[in-house]
Design a binder for this molecule. Structure first.
Ligand SMILES: N[C@@H](CC(=O)c1ccccc1NC=O)C(=O)O
Ligand SMILES: [Zn+2]
Ligand SMILES: [Zn+2]
Length: 206
């Protein structure tokens, strides 16, 4: 199989933002009761695991998940490894050739233990909005639960990218992916009211 899964598994105990809704799947209507089928029920935060943010997450008048274009989440993407940094800004990416890159996935390696929510992560600096937009980038993906510091209330990176209409994927798994060019598929669900959505994110060599 040529597709590489870069999605975090969703199961009981999946790491969530402190205080946020725990992930739960249950068979709410078992075959023994319905007579024909098991029927499951999901309870989760849309910011658990590998997910897309909608602007409504950080702006009350922002677009919801269903309002976002789907073409952004499918197509050629470049994976970069930018390891060992406290944060990543324009200066950290200036040595990479981003010609013709519209989707950029950053492996920071800073979410060390996939079983637990991290206490500190590599975050993005807000000068990336104008810089990435200048390069023609429409989607940024990262292997951490947020592109901003975990204790940030202002969410400067979210707002900066949003100002340049750059879409956000978070919680990717990229440790097992070599840097290079890939085809990405990471479609959000058509959630009409939601501020985000889980995605199944996969890559194959370009
Ligand atoms: N900005 C993060 C999520 C986030 O900040 C968050 C998610 C769930 C519950 C609380 C959150 N932030 C609290 O300050 C994200 O984009 O996924
Ligand atoms: Zn999110
Ligand atoms: Zn986010």
């Amino acid at each position: 199989m040529s597709w590489i899964d870069i999605s975090r598994p969703l199961a009981s105990g999946a790491p969530t933002w402190p205080g946020d809704t725990p992930f739960q799947y249950e068979v709410s209507w078992p075959k023994s009761d319905s007579g024909s089928v098991n029927v499951g029920k999901l309870t989760m935060s849309v910011h658990t695991g590998t997910h897309a943010d909608a602007p409504f997450h950080f702006a009350d008048d922002g677009r919801k998940m269903i309002d976002l274009p789907i073409d952004v989440y499918i197509g050629k993407a470049k994976v970069l490894h930018v390891l060992g940094k406290e944060s990543i800004g324009a200066a950290d990416l200036s040595n990479f050739d981003l010609t013709d890159v519209t989707r950029l996935l950053l492996c920071t390696g800073s979410w060390k233990d996939p079983q637990t929510f991290p206490t500190s992560i590599c975050y993005l600096r807000p000068d990336l909005g104008p810089f990435l937009s200048q390069q023609g980038i429409r989607l940024i993906g990262i292997d951490t639960p947020s592109i901003d510091p975990l204790d940030s209330k202002e969410l400067p990176a979210h707002h900066s990218l949003h100002a340049f209409d750059i879409h956000i994927l978070e919680g990717l798994l990229l440790d097992h992916v070599r840097p290079g060019d890939y085809e990405l598929v990471a479609l959000p669900l058509p959630l009409v009211e939601a501020d985000g959505s889980p995605v199944r994110a996969v890559l194959r060599s370009w």
